[in-house]
Design a protein around this ligand. Structure first.
Ligand code: ZN
Length: 268
């Protein structure tokens, strides 16, 4: 996935809809990474939360301007499986106490690829719903992590009956399911592998107004070698090329959609 115009790196501002800047993979290079992001005109990152220790790290991040971050705290479904009931209750308490330091709630959701037993799935559901209850009292966008569990998450969200906003992170499912989320008020956030393979024709069949683009770095080995949020530049260039529109348009749409959800990302 090489960029189509290598010289345009500074020509447009780019925002990443989902990455893990607080991850330990970046611990020894974060200052350099900030410099690199700024030099490439990447001005905004939406982060994603996993466990209480991660929220503390996110809270302490202090990127230099013009780089801005939207902090997102939540108990990730993968970690629901690794914590006992006492730890989960205490994590939820911590979340309530620190919620004012973030701008969104996530990653929360259901991962049935990970949770194979009925027991594990029930536990994931319980803590997903507990966090949805918490979201009811707040006007925070959600970042949802749902894998092989859309049949469960869509009715769960509907049952909670609130008009939600937010991102369906790493969206990789059918167009009909996508439309259910869009009807509820969500945007799809798609990963770079969609450039290689788009089996559900999401890019062709969903209006660009409902899609944003994410790197999910350092977790998804997307395309090529780059495992840093700088990848978003190349990703947006490829999307623009595919859509046959100027990349400034693709990037401006991404910036507008993400800043509407997370006003902290708005250019000052
Ligand atoms: Zn993630």
């Amino acid at each position: 996935m090489r960029g189509h115009s290598e010289n345009s790196a500074k020509g447009f501002r780019a925002l990443d809809a989902h990455c893990h800047l607080s991850d330990s993979a970046f611990d020894f290079m974060r200052d350099e990474l900030y410099g690199e992001l700024i030099s490439q005109n990447i001005t905004g990152l939406v982060l994603a939360g996993t466990v209480p220790a991660d929220w503390v790290k996110q809270k302490n991040l202090d990127p230099p301007p013009p780089l801005r971050i939207a902090r997102v705290f939540g108990i990730h479904p993968w970690f629901v499986d690794t914590l006992d009931d006492h730890e989960l209750h205490s994590a939820l308490d911590t979340l309530k106490q620190t919620i004012e330091h973030c701008q969104g709630l996530g990653e929360i959701g259901l991962d049935y690829f990970r949770a194979k037993t009925e027991n594990q799935r029930t536990t994931q559901k319980k803590w997903f719903e507990a966090q949805l209850d918490l979201a009811k009292g707040l006007d925070y966008p959600l970042v949802l992590h749902v894998v092989k569990a859309h049949h469960e998450s869509v009715p769960t969200l509907r049952r909670h009956g609130k008009s939600y906003r937010g991102l369906i992170h790493s969206y990789w499912a059918h167009v009909d399911v996508a439309k259910s989320y869009i009807d509820m008020g969500f945007l799809l956030s798609v990963p770079p592998r969609i450039m290689k393979e788009d089996p559900h024709q999401i890019l062709a069949r969903i209006d660009p107004e409902h899609i944003v683009f994410e790197t999910d770095t350092p977790f998804q080995n997307a395309l090529g070698e780059t495992m840093q949020p700088t990848l978003i530049h190349e990703f947006l260039e490829n999307i623009a090329h595919l859509r046959g529109e100027p990349v400034v348009e693709t990037a401006a749409r991404q910036e507008r959609l993400l800043s509407e959800l997370f006003p902290i990302l708005k250019e000052l």
